[in-house]
Design a binder for this molecule. Sequence first.
Ligand code: NDP
Length: 271
Amino acid sequence: MADRYAVFGNPVGHSQSPRIHALFAQQTSQNLSYEALLAPLDGFADHVRTFIARGGCGANVTVPFKEEAFRLATQLTPRAQAAGAVNTLSFTEGQILGDNTDGAGLVRDIRINLCVAVQGARVLLLGAGGAARGTMLPLLGERPAQLTIANRTRAKAETLCSQVGAGNTAICDFTELRAQPAFDVVINATSAGLSDAALPIPDSVFASHTLAYDMLYGRETPFMAQAQRNGARVADGLGMLVEQAAEAFFGWRGVRPDTAPVLAALRAASR
Ligand code: NDP
């Protein structure tokens, strides 16, 4: 019998996770199944418990259940604790272990796939929602020279900074960014691109040495277009998606898949 895994979300039909994990399983000869399961907005915990009762070994969690998964977990990894959200659950010996692999996925994509060092870099993180929160600790673990957080609602950036930040973390309003020199890495962790909204950030945050990274994937966002106009190198979040999945797969199976062919297959399919 194959070990059962799933991704829970609402909606979940668009999820690429079943495809990614099927490719990982094939590549590493792991006997597992992975399906997308739609949970009702008021029934996430019950659906997960039913899945466990039917032999589920682990699950990914996507919008809008990451905070609920955090509360459901009986044990948390330090990075899930810092994120306040869980995207990966493991079910063993009556326990529900909650992890957050989003930040590690982002860092691996930047460092390994895009060959850009965060260590010693000046990094600008745009946004202070769940994705930004999940990213902070792994980013700080790379020891950037400075991590600046800018968010539309300043109070949320302040809360995030006080809870997860370190000595080299600063907060800035979008308008105050005008006084800053160009950054080495600019990460868009806002959801503005989902509605094709431009961010009120100055062109001067970008230079030819800048990596402009949008966590969104599957579309060119106004953020990406602005970065491109200003000579920056641009990346979308598809690599992060594949790398966070690989990190979850490693946690469940103890085997790290080779992400390069999987990312290439997804890119080819999206063309
Ligand atoms: P949240 O809803 O938790 O946070 C949204 C953030 O975007 C907030 O900081 C919000 O600011 C800001 N924002 C939204 N609209 C605008 C706007 N028009 N102008 C300026 N700021 C805006 O979302 P998440 O953190 O969960 O997700 C953020 C993005 O990251 C999404 O696009 C998501 O698809 C992507 N993502 C990608 C992953 C991947 O694997 N590639 C994994 C996880 C997320 P405010 O606080 O002022 O409301």
